[in-house]
Design a protein around this ligand. Structure first.
Ligand code: FAD
Length: 408
């Protein structure tokens, strides 16, 4: 893979830019590509470094709380570790044109029959309600190795570095290892950003896209303290047990899903499972596990603090998780898992969102109470979908770009 030609921050000229975009994930890469394609001078600033796809897991940042929250800090943001799931949400009505554009750009198609693993097929045979997962994967390159979330070894799975390359070809400047401390505000107007080493950059507009954990922190450090509440994460658990030789650890994960009221069930292997099952006295290999993810639409009652997060499981969340786990357990047992060996991995969340939804008029309109300051990432999502949010963040960011260009 060719490395992306980023610029040393110090070498960039001052006051040259129409827009500064902070963060290069799903939201930031999209606005940088769209605005630069329209001839705007864009500077994309990323706190992390550029990593080869196989090393993407080095960029994980894990936030401890009752629910453990995972995200990634590197060029391309958290898109570099996705499962490639690319689904529309309940915002479909207002965003359909942008969803269609995003699906075409990302090459989204439902998982084809020949990429369904044997373990997944054994679960799919138990119900006709399963829906094949739409994925942003080039299946002609996908080996179905199951390593999506460690970084795709064949670059078959789309990530935002594709958009960053396009932005660069449109003359967008990209600089990594630049940690933005705050937005510079004069009067009621955003005029630029300041990095943690004190360097400043000015532009006509500032678009924050540092994700749902970091965007509210940047706002707080800029003196806007009402951000950071309303955190949701689509809390999930993976439950699984012993079934000899199913080899789910080496097949494409989340290839299908069952959508229920408030939760989703999907075939999913977790590397936490083998130790947990062995604690029950079962000796096994990772290939001897059949497992399912239960993911809920959690209550948006978490909070981002200056150095951490608070994300608990409410009574309602716990009821939803229990309903989903009961259904998943029944499926696993029907598929031949030994019920005495079934365990559950601790609750996690990989879709942090909502922490700046009170800062914008609507998720479809990214302007804030500060002139020329916009937000275009998961932090403005209006609530949990209990579904993968990346396609929605990209669709929203396309619409926001249209508004900034006077086209939407
Ligand atoms: C393991 C895993 C699997 C997932 N799988 C899927 C999936 O299959 N489908 C799906 O839809 N979603 C998936 N997600 C979720 C999805 O990746 C995120 O919801 C999405 O990437 C969020 O986009 P974003 O633009 O809000 O933030 P991000 O993509 O996280 O980008 C934010 C960027 O801002 C940078 N940044 C942060 N602070 C600063 C700062 N101060 N200065 C400069 N830069 C900064 C970060 O380094 C990062 O690069 C998954 C998440 C995980 C963890």
């Amino acid at each position: 893979m060719l490395s992306i030609p980023t610029k040393p921050f110090a070498s960039l000229a001052i006051k040259l830019f129409d827009f500064i975009v902070v963060g290069s994930g799903a939201g930031g890469a999209t606005v940088a590509k769209e605005l630069s394609a329209a001839g705007k001078k864009v500077l994309l600033l990323e706190r992390g470094i550029q990593l080869p796809p196989r090393k993407s897991s080095k960029a994980y940042s894990i936030l401890k709380s009752d629910v453990e929250v995972w995200h990634t800090q590197c060029l391309g943001g958290t898109t570099v570790v996705t499962m490639g799931n690319a689904v529309r949400s309940k915002l479909d009505g207002s965003l359909s044109r942008y969803y269609a554009e995003a699906e075409e750009g990302l090459g989204v198609i439902p998982v084809p029959e020949d990429h369904l693993g044997m373990a997944t097929k054994s679960l799919l045979s138990l119900s006709d309600e399963w829906v094949r997962m739409p994925k942003a994967i080039d299946f002609s390159k996908c080996r179905g190795c199951g390593h999506c979330s460690s970084g795709c070894p064949t670059s078959a799975r789309w990530d935002a570095t594709a958009y960053i390359r396009e932005a660069i070809s449109n003359s967008c400047k990209v600089s990594t290892s630049v940690d933005i401390k705050k937005v510079l505000i004069k009067g009621n107007r955003a005029v630029g950003v300041e990095a943690s080493d004190g360097k400043t950059f000015e532009a006509g507009g500032v678009i924050l896209a540092a994700g749902a954990i970091e965007t509210p922190r940047i706002l707080s450090r800029s003196g806007i303290i009402s951000a950071g509440k309303g955190l949701f994460v689509d809390t999930f658990v993976t439950i699984g047990g012993f079934k000899r030789g199913v080899s789910m650890d080496r097949e494409l994960g989340m290839a299908a899903f069952l959508k229920r009221e408030g939760y989703l069930i999907s075939p999913h292997y977790s590397s936490f499972l083998p130790n947990l099952i062995e604690e029950k006295g079962v000796s096994l290999k990772p290939s001897d596990i059949l497992s399912l993810m239960v993911k809920i639409e959690d209550e948006p009652i978490g909070e981002v603090t200056p150095n951490g997060i608070v994300k608990t499981i409410s009574r309602r969340d716990s009821t939803l998780l229990e309903s989903g786990k009961r259904e998943a357990m029944e499926l696993l047992i029907k598929a031949g898992v030994d019920s005495d060996t079934v365990v559950s991995v601790h609750p996690r969340g990989a879709h942090p969102g909502g922490t700046c939804s009170n800062m914008v008029k609507s998720p479809l309109e990214a302007s804030t109470e500060i002139d020329s300051l916009y937000i275009s990432d998961a932090s403005i999502l209006p609530g949990p979908f209990g579904l993968p949010p990346m396609l929605t963040i990209i669709a929203i960011s396309k619409r926001i770009s249209g508004i900034l260009l006077g086209r939407a």
